[in-house]
Design a protein around this ligand. Sequence first.
Ligand SMILES: [Fe+2]
Length: 271
Amino acid sequence: MLRFIHLSDSHISTPDFANYGHRSAPNLEAVVSAINALPFEVDFVLHTGDVVQNGAPEEYALARALLAPLRFPIRYVNGNHDASDLLQRELAGVQTPSARYDYTFSAKGVQIAVFDSANRRDHTGNLTDSQLDALRRLCTPEGAPLILVLHHPPLPLDTPWIDQGWQVPDRPPFGTMLLENWRAFQAAIAPARRRLRGVFFGHIHHAHQAWRDGVLYCAAPSTFGQLASRPEQSAPQPTPEQPAAFYVVSVNEAQVTVRQVSLPRPTSQPI
Ligand SMILES: [Fe+2]
């Protein structure tokens, strides 16, 4: 049985950085305490990106300090708010960072492949042609059970602001939150359908699950703050009443189980 924690979008900045009453640093501290207090073991913690808010060195120093007490190893994914080289060097311990932080590892006989979809200055993301080639080489019909991980959603989620982007008066239009070449992603992974145990991502600040062509897609909630994700919703909207949360994911031969753990919202934080 493979078991891991999926958390995302911690947006660490200054110690008191806040949005709609959510403070990112105390929230992450509370999440780390909650994970350490779990009465069972997990194989690793998976952070699907936007570890920090502005990609600044001092933000990575604070994130490293907040995550250091974790009693499980942590794996990182580059998000659009991250600075890939700093994330690789300061958090992941990579001596020579690559332009796109792609890597694979195995746990309990399951292969986990991480793809870096975020190298832009805005919230959009894609995979390069060479990343798609690597994805095709990976996604053969035969092989170990496989989990794919990236920051951007690689399929539509029945929410217009996520799927198509949105408009704000007097500003250029905001593009889609989806992986821009998500159709190419879907085509690349299709041969591995029977091996795939799930595709895990973040970016949208909302717990979201979808099922497409026999594959589970799972977006972790944010440890910072959630955004409303409703059908026909045309622009992102904070949901201050929703607390920080993370997933516990269990994978065995027969099935994948995803549980959400939500923290109590601290009453001392004004909305
Ligand atoms: Fe993001």
